[in-house]
Design a protein around this ligand. Structure first.
Ligand SMILES: [Zn+2]
Length: 159
């Protein structure tokens, strides 16, 4: 059985979600210990964001959220918390295909301007104006030298 737990600290509307087969008090003590020895252990964990705020008056608190045997549950809870969750890895328990979909969706949302620019650049390249060599009228073209609109125009222009 997996114990899914939540870490919080007073004064911050954020949490860390984790899962363990151990008792959560032991797991939380290990998080704190890892944080204190992070340089020596060369460890990093998103929970450190909360432990960094600890002092004599403020301690990271832990609570059991649920006990489950579904390994996908932890990821679901993390994603439910959204921005309130400090976890880096929000894709726990998802297949590779779903992870790629989510990564692309996130990229589109976060880099919406870049995405739109890339999209516009693509369409600009396709749609362009070319001048008729005879009447100098500008014709909307979508392809290269052999554009259909231009060919049709030239036939009309020559008659
Ligand atoms: Zn013409």
């Amino acid at each position: 059985m997996l114990n899914i737990y939540k870490l919080t600290i007073e004064g911050l509307d954020k949490c860390y979600i984790g899962s363990t087969k151990q008792k959560i008090c032991n797991r939380c003590a290990r998080h704190r210990c890892d944080y204190k020895n992070k340089e020596r252990l060369n460890k990093n964990c998103s929970s450190f964001e909360l432990f960094a705020l600890e002092d004599e008056n403020k301690k990271v608190k832990y609570e059991l959220i649920e006990t489950t045997n579904l390994i996908t549950r932890e990821g679901e809870i993390i994603r439910d918390y959204g921005d309130r969750c400090v976890n880096y890895n929000v894709n726990i328990g998802l297949g590779l295909k779903k992870q790629k979909e989510l990564a692309f969706k996130k990229w589109k949302e976060e880099k919406r301007d870049d995405y739109l620019k890339a999209k516009k650049k693509h369409s600009d390249k396709k749609r362009h104006l070319r001048q008729c060599p005879k009447c100098k009228k500008e014709i909307v073209c979508y392809y290269g030298e052999n554009d259909g609109n231009m060919r049709r125009h030239i036939i009309r222009c020559n008659n």
